[in-house]
Structures are given as structure tokens and as C-alpha cells.
Design a protein around this ligand. Structure first.
Ligand code: HEM
Length: 499
């Protein structure tokens, strides 16, 4: 995982003069911005060094940093970090108020800016009204719960194939869990969305270089710091999509997503390069989080063997029901997609475990731009100010979630359970997918995808920790605000095919 320090060090070594000039300009710009604050603005979390601000303490232990800041300054405060001034909102009630007031707190401009600045969509496309009025809604419809069935079915077929191969290759041998999970999950999702012929394996190295630095790219750090990941994006991912678009057009084979993107783009005269950046951003959205959620869920189950037994028992019971209802169908890798589709409501523990994994292992921010001068949370905000709803602080609040740092597999089995804080109900107690207008469009697919992976793996194989080589991954906490927290380190496992 690249830290700011690693990337800066690489650039300073290669371009020392440029680095010094840019750093000096960033310092001056930050000083100017902070000198404009007034007493009705949210309080600053104090810091010693300009530009760097609170970056070091925030990066070292974000949970402690935000908890302390909230305790000292209340639920709205400002943080300076790596040249950026950010206003954070941490209480469930205020976050909910922001999500509801879509006129004062909007997201679409930010989504467009990210399309241009991070995903490299050409400005005239990223900022066009057609992108928000035609393309985004079409995209939204593809991911609606009523429409994802065929994509999910293809995912189930691919993951069953991928895992079958992987299990045969590694049968009985000590294997890093990352090798067992990440590539199969990545390939299955990419092929389900883009088509069987999509060169998923080839897209993996540049995608990961880009994704590794995503939190730095989205923070809009100076380009000299993020040159490597940007190059991986443009020379690796985007070029690959450009040539894939040519292949798809020739072959005439279109998945739902490719069809919508190409037909809208062609009707508006957008180039294949622009369409490639948009499909690239889809690849990022579908791969950056879900595959790591699968990974963490398995790690947490391995760390809680009794929970792994309960999950296996749930799958076995669903399988027994399915096989007695389908006595003529063999239960094997080919019938797994049908078994999973037929048994979707038979996995309450797994469903709860997925949400619990996401509660524990996500750090998701919802960002909003202020559209009109407003008073909020006792402070004054101007047009273009940005507020960040920090949902993880809700996940880790011991008043809302008992034992928030523990993995509790069945935490969400009781759907009627009430969550409260200061005696008031907290309906928005678990927000791994953000909320309001920018809530994750892929959340239905993601949860079904993770369930499909887990049920497929545990139907095909048993999994255990390799105790001869026991080590555990820890969450890379410095990657705040962009969804799943990636692991530092790994665990070795032994998988054996089930009869
Ligand atoms: C566990 C997996 C996932 C997590 C934790 C996750 C999390 C998030 C978060 C936090 C946001 C921003 C929400 C906000 O601003 O309030 C988001 C947005 C989005 N996600 Fe996901 N996501 C996941 C999987 C997926 C998948 C599989 C897809 C697509 C197949 C997807 C597509 C999107 C899209 C298109 C947006 C932008 C929505 C908008 O701007 O209106 N996500 N996701």
C-alpha cells in the first residue's frame, strides 16, 4: 500500500527542484486558506506544521484521531492534512440531515470532478449535462435490484469456475489467502460486467497500481506525487479498454453495461477514449471494495472458528433442502449458481456476517458541496464549501454498537433490533455504502456477490489456517474514506476439495 511518504520520496529523488517548488507553493496556498477563517466556522483540530497539518496523527490512527476530535470539538470540525482543508461531520443525526437536504448539499458536481480529475474523462464529457442527465441514470438502472439478476448469474458461473480451478491447483498446499480470493473474485466480477472476452487478468496489475494510490488521487495531491499511478491508469487500464471496445464492436457482443455505455456515448458523439475512461471508472467501482470484503470476511471467519462452523452448517442445511427438492440435479460446480439463486434467503448468518465485515472494515466518506450560503450544525458555510460525512465513526461508536471492535457474526440477524445514542434512535447505524443521493449504486450487487463467493467456496472446499506458518493481516488504517480498508500482510490457508 503506497503511503504519501513513499510516493513523495520517489518523486523527490527523481525531480528534487520541481518537488521543492511545488511543496513551497502548497505551503503558501494553505497558509492563505487558513488565514481566512472566522469564528462562526467550525473549529480546527490543532496542528503544528503547515501543509502537513494533522496528516501524520490522522494517518497513524484515524479511529482515535476522529474520536478525540469529536470529543473535543463536537460533531463538526475542520482538519488540515496534506495541504487540504476538510470539514468533517460525525454525528448520525447531522449526517442524516445532510443526506436529506439534497438542495443545499449536492454531490453531482463532485462526481463529475472525480470523473475528470481522477478517472481522466475528457472535461467536455465529464462536465456535460448529458453525463448526469442521461448516462448516470442509465447506469443506475443497470445496477437496480430488479436488473442485476443476469449479471449475478454470470458472476456465479465465473466464480464457480475460477474457484474450482484454484482449489485443484492448491489442493492441500499452504496458500496465501490473497491468492485464493483476490484474482478469482476480480476476474469473475470483471467478466460478469464486461463480457467473457474481457482481458481481466491483463488489467489487474495497472488497476492495482492505480487503486493502491486512490486515496491520494482523490485527495488531489500534486501530480508529481501521483505520476506513477496516473500512468498505470492511462497507459494500462484506459488503453486496454480502448482496444476492448474495438473488439466488442467487431464481435457484436454487448453486456448490459457495455451496451448502455457505447450506445449512449455513440449517440452523443463521445470518443472511444472517453468511453474507455468511463468503463475504467466502472471497473474501479466494482473491484476496489467487494473483493476485499470477501477477503476480510474469510479472515474474520478463520479467526473465529466457531463462526466458521456456524456458516458451514448454514450452507449445508440450505444444500440439503435444495438437493432434496432437486433430486435429479447433481450438486456440483455447474449447479452451484442455480443453488445459490434458489437459496438466496437461506443464509441469514452469512448476510449478517457480510454487513458486520463491512461495518468493521470500511472507512467510507460521503462528500457534499454546499450550493447556497447556509447555517448547519451551529456553523456558517459558503457556496462551494465541502462537508465530509464520516460514517466509520458511527460504526465504531460503542454507544451505538456494543463491542464495536469485535466481530459479531450474528449482529444483524435480528432485523428489528433498535440502535440508539443519547437515548435517541439511530436508524442510520451502518453505512458502509454511504447514503443519500450518492449511496453506492452497486450495493445490492456487492452484497449478493460476496454471498455468492462465500457459499461457492465453502460448498466446494474446506478451508483452514496453516498453523505451521501462522500470521494474520492487519487493516491498513491510513487509507481513510475510500471504502474497504485493505490488508497489511496476509494469512496462509489450506483448502481441500469437499466430496
Ligand atoms: C463492498 C463493496 C462496496 C462498497 C463498500 C462500496 C462503497 C461505496 C461508497 C462508500 C460509495 C460512495 C457513497 C457516498 O458518497 O455516499 C460508493 C459509490 C458507488 N459505488 Fe460502491 N461500493 C461497493 C461495491 C460496488 C460495486 C460492486 C459497484 C458496481 C458494480 C459499485 C458502484 C458504485 C457507484 C457507481 C458509485 C457512485 C454512486 C454515485 O455517485 O451516485 N460499488 N460505493
Amino acid at each position: 500500500m503506497s503511503s504519501i511518504k513513499d510516493l513523495v520520496q520517489a518523486q523527490v529523488t527523481e525531480h528534487p527542484v520541481l518537488a521543492t517548488v511545488l511543496l513551497a507553493s502548497a505551503l503558501l496556498a494553505t497558509e492563505y486558506a487558513s488565514s481566512r477563517s472566522d469564528s462562526r466556522s467550525p473549529p480546527w483540530v490543532p496542528y503544528w506544521f503547515p501543509w502537513v497539518g494533522s496528516a501524520v496523527s490522522l494517518g497513524r490512527d484515524p479511529d482515535a484521531f476522529f474520536k478525540n476530535a469529536e470529543a473535543k470539538f463536537g460533531p463538526v470540525f475542520r482538519v488540515k492534512a496534506a495541504g487540504k482543508n476538510m470539514t468533517y461531520v460525525t454525528s448520525p443525526a447531522l449526517i442524516s440531515a445532510i443526506y436529506r437536504d439534497t438542495r443545499t448539499f449536492e454531490f453531482i458536481t463532485i462526481r463529475k470532478t472525480i470523473s475528470e480529475e481522477v478517472f481522466s474523462t475528457p472535461k467536455h464529457v465529464a462536465m456535460s449535462s448529458e453525463l448526469s442527465e442521461i448516462y448516470f441514470p442509465a447506469h443506475h438502472r443497470i445496477l437496480a435490484p430488479t436488473n442485476i439478476g443476469p449479471i449475478l448469474h454470470r458472476y456465479a458461473g465465473h466464480i464457480s469456475q475460477q474457484l474450482s480451478t484454484k482449489i485443484s491447483e492448491t489442493e492441500g498446499a499452504s496458500t496465501p489467502l490473497i491468492d485464493l480470493v483476490i484474482m478469482p473474485a476480480y476476474v469473475a466480477a470483471a467478466k460478469a460486467f464486461f463480457g467473457e472476452r474481457f482481458p481481466a487478468t491483463r488489467s489487474y496489475p495497472p488497476f492495482f497500481k492505480f487503486n493502491d494510490a486512490f486515496h491520494l488521487l482523490v485527495a488531489n495531491l500534486p501530480r508529481f506525487i501521483t505520476a506513477g499511478p496516473r500512468e498505470a491508469w492511462s497507459q494500462g487500464v484506459i488503453q486496454l479498454f480502448e482496444s476492448y471496445i474495438r473488439d466488442v464492436r467487431e464481435a457484436g457482443e454487448y453486456t448490459e453495461l457495455i451496451n448502455a455505455t457505447l450506445s449512449i456515448g455513440d449517440s452523443l458523439g463521445w470518443t472511444d477514449h472517453a468511453l474507455a475512461t468511463m468503463l475504467g471508472s466502472d471497473l474501479w467501482a466494482m473491484e476496489a471494495n467487494a473483493i476485499w470484503a470477501v477477503y476480510w470476511f474469510i479472515v474474520l471467519l478463520l479467526q473465529h472458528p466457531e463462526d466458521l462452523r456456524r456458516v458451514n452448517a448454514e450452507i449445508d442445511s440450505a444444500r440439503d433442502k435444495w438437493t432434496s427438492a432437486h433430486s435429479n440435479s447433481p450438486f456440483n460446480a455447474s449447479s452451484l449458481p442455480q443453488f445459490i439463486a434458489d437459496s438466496a434467503d437461506q443464509f441469514p448468518l452469512i448476510t449478517s456476517g457480510i454487513l458486520e465485515t463491512l461495518r468493521l472494515r470500511t472507512s467510507s466518506f460521503s462528500i457534499r458541496r454546499v450550493t447556497t450560503p447556509t447555517e448547519f450544525g451551529g456553523y456558517k458555510f459558503d457556496v462551494d464549501d465541502q462537508l465530509i460525512c464520516n460514517t466509520r465513526i458511527i460504526h465504531m461508536d460503542e454507544e451505538i454498537h456494543e463491542r464495536p471492535y469485535d466481530f459479531v457474526l450474528d449482529r444483524y440477524v435480528d432485523g428489528g433490533k433498535k440502535y440508539t445514542k443519547n437515548g435517541s434512535p439511530v436508524p442510520n447505524h451502518t453505512l458502509p455504502f454511504g447514503g443519500g443521493v450518492s449511496i453506492c449504486e452497486g450495493r445490492h450487487f456487492a452484497q449478493a456477490e460476496i454471498k455468492t463467493f462465500i457459499v461457492t467456496l465453502l460448498s466446494l472446499a474446506t478451508i483452514e489456517v496453516d498453523t505451521r506458518n501462522e500470521r494474520w493481516p492487519t487493516p491498513a488504517m491510513e487509507r481513510v474514506g475510500v471504502g474497504l480498508i485493505s490488508p497489511k500482510g496476509d494469512v496462509n490457508v489450506i483448502v481441500r476439495r469437499r466430496n
